[in-house]
Design a protein around this ligand. Structure first.
Ligand SMILES: C[S@@+](CC[C@H](N)C(=O)[O-])C[C@H]1O[C@@H](n2cnc3c(N)ncnc32)[C@H](O)[C@@H]1O
Length: 256
């Protein structure tokens, strides 16, 4: 018996990996976070699969499913939205699997922050604009962000920021960011990036965002991306494809 943690991707049925979809076809039991993973992803499951929506289950109840599957030697696919390594609440399940001596394996997925960048048709790292992406969130009821990683501390870098799980706290987030980023800094809210139904984008600037949106509309499944990379400017190009630049795989045209 084994538990396969699988990144379901951001929502589109064809943004799960081939490995993830094949694993889904192979197992007898599927546990999925129904609040974030759309049901369309379950199309890869075999017809007689037992499906548990974990949105309504405590960790104890999920552990009961692990125990029962072990007793009957059945494999489980545990689907997490995006990539399970990011805000997946996977660590506490792994603790239990270790205690129960159950084997597990992780299959990565397309995270929502890269899906959001794709929807925005942009790169999140541009030479001399930003070469660092901070993935973060603000403290919520479920878990706190360590003080050393407070938004104030992270915002001082003025890098590209992708802020997860923070719909309800947008006013506080914007006001903190404005202490560090200029008011004209571009940003985008992306909701349900890649979903068949419900995908939404709002592009704005830090100083105007809050006057343009209804907070309630952005509470769930929304990502805030902030930074100059969202602007149109590309002050310099990367040398990677420059004709004047040699590297291990290509000689500069001037040296040929
Ligand atoms: C519990 S976290 C899981 C993140 C996930 N593991 C990932 O890699 O994207 C849920 C948060 O991810 C973001 N999120 C997940 N799917 C999204 C999507 N399709 N579009 C925009 N944001 C999304 C939202 O900020 C949401 O509140």
């Amino acid at each position: 018996m084994k538990v396969f943690f699988i990144g379901a991707g951001p929502g589109a049925e064809d943004l799960i990996t081939i490995r993830g979809a094949k694993l889904l076809q192979s197992v007898e039991i599927v546990m999925y976070a129904g609040s974030l993973v759309p049901r369309v992803i379950l199309k890869y499951c075999r017809s007689n699969v037992k499906i548990h929506n974990t949105a309504s289950l405590s960790l104890d109840k999920q552990v009961d499913i692990f125990k029962a599957a072990k007793a009957h030697d059945l494999n489980i696919a545990r689907l997490h939205s995006g990539d399970p390594a990011i805000y997946g609440a996977m660590a506490e399940q792994i603790e239990w699997l270790k205690k129960l001596e159950i084997e597990y394996e992780i299959t990565p997925g397309v995270s929502s922050f890269t899906a959001a960048a794709a929807v925005l048709k942009t790169e999140l790292t541009k030479p001399e604009v930003s070469q660092t992406i901070i993935l973060t969130r603000v403290s919520g009821r479920a878990s706190k962000v360590p003080e050393l990683e407070s938004l104030e501390k992270l915002a001082s870098h003025k890098s590209t920021m992708c802020i997860f799980l923070s719909g309800r706290q947008l006013p506080e987030i914007v006001s903190t960011l404005l202490q560090f980023y200029p008011g004209k800094t571009p940003l985008a809210l992306v909701q349900k990036a890649s979903w068949n139904v419900g995908e939404k984008i709002h592009r704005s600037e830090l100083e105007t965002l809050l006057s343009e949106i209804k907070l309630d509309d952005w509470e769930l499944t929304s990502m805030l991306i902030v930074g100059d990379v969202l602007g149109d400017e590309l002050p310099v190009e990367s040398k990677l494809y420059s004709g004047q630049y040699s590297h291990r795989f290509r000689q500069a045209e001037s040296l040929k």
